[in-house]
Design a protein around this ligand. Structure first.
Ligand code: ATP
Length: 231
């Protein structure tokens, strides 16, 4: 098991945002967290990344906590997108990739490949603020994967995208998975998670309501439909 959460809880004062979550995610798997607003998905991701300390429990990756040293092999698409609006796509993404140990030329080459793949090679020299929100999101996705991470955490990667862009991004995520990256992602929407993930966890108000394979989850819920609040 590559990524393990053992009895993990997070409290903010007297409020419990994540309550006793235990999950083990095997290497090279795609795992989905599903839940409505406030379910605790982002808080869970921040604990995995070491951006937040768990109040209780342990998070480990290959038996060790994720630290500054391991961060170069991790890719993260945060829910609140964080690119600098005034900087050019090229300058910003190459800079970020270099921070993660990539050479400038290699990063630039990889970035061009991604822009070609999304059929937007002209974005290379555009400032982020010149792009639509959806396209900024794609650029932020590229920023998360440019350095070929071993573990990729995507917080609501499809929210706010039109169906064409959702499909494009899904294909890219599946390809990254095929290349051996472990991927954890969150969504409000069952159809995203069930199409893409081997296993998933449904969270509600900080609690893992159920987790397992889609088959196991459907069995646990019997004939009832799984209805999660839409975006
Ligand atoms: P969303 O889809 O809206 O992002 P989420 O499942 O990612 O939802 P979280 O962002 O993890 O949920 O939030 C879980 C709960 O914890 C929410 O009620 C939120 O207000 C609360 N929370 C998150 N961070 C903090 C914080 N730093 N201080 C206090 N409460 C917080």
């Amino acid at each position: 098991m590559v990524l393990k959460l053992e009895d993990v809880s997070k409290r903010f004062g007297s409020f419990t945002a994540v309550d006793n979550l235990s999950i083990a995610i095997p290497e090279k798997e795609m795992f989905g967290f599903l839940g409505a607003n406030g379910a605790g998905k982002t808080t869970t991701f921040r604990m995995i990344l070491g951006l937040l300390d768990a109040t209780e429990g342990n998070v480990t990756w290959n038996g060790q906590p994720i630290t500054y040293e391991t961060s170069p092999v991790i890719g993260y698409l945060p829910e609140e997108r964080g690119l600098y609006p005034k900087l050019k796509v090229k300058d910003q993404l190459v800079y970020l990739a270099r921070l993660r140990g990539m050479k400038k030329e290699e990063a630039l080459e990889e970035l061009k490949k991604w822009l070609d793949r999304f059929k937007v090679p002209e974005y290379l020299d555009k400032r982020v603020e010149e792009l639509s929100k959806g396209n900024q999101q794609k650029i932020q996705f590229i920023a998360a994967v440019l350095h070929k991470p071993k573990l990729l955490i995507l917080d609501e990667p499809f929210s706010g995208l039109d169906p064409v862009n959702v499909e494009q991004l899904k294909e890219a995520v599946l390809e990254i998975k095929e290349n051996g990256t472990t991927i954890v992602f969150s969504s409000h929407r069952m159809e995203h998670v069930e199409e893409m993930c081997e296993h998933l966890c449904i969270m509600h108000r900080g609690r893992p309501v159920v987790h397992g394979s889609l088959k196991e989850i459907k069995r646990a819920f019997g004939k009832k439909n799984l209805i999660i609040h839409a975006d």
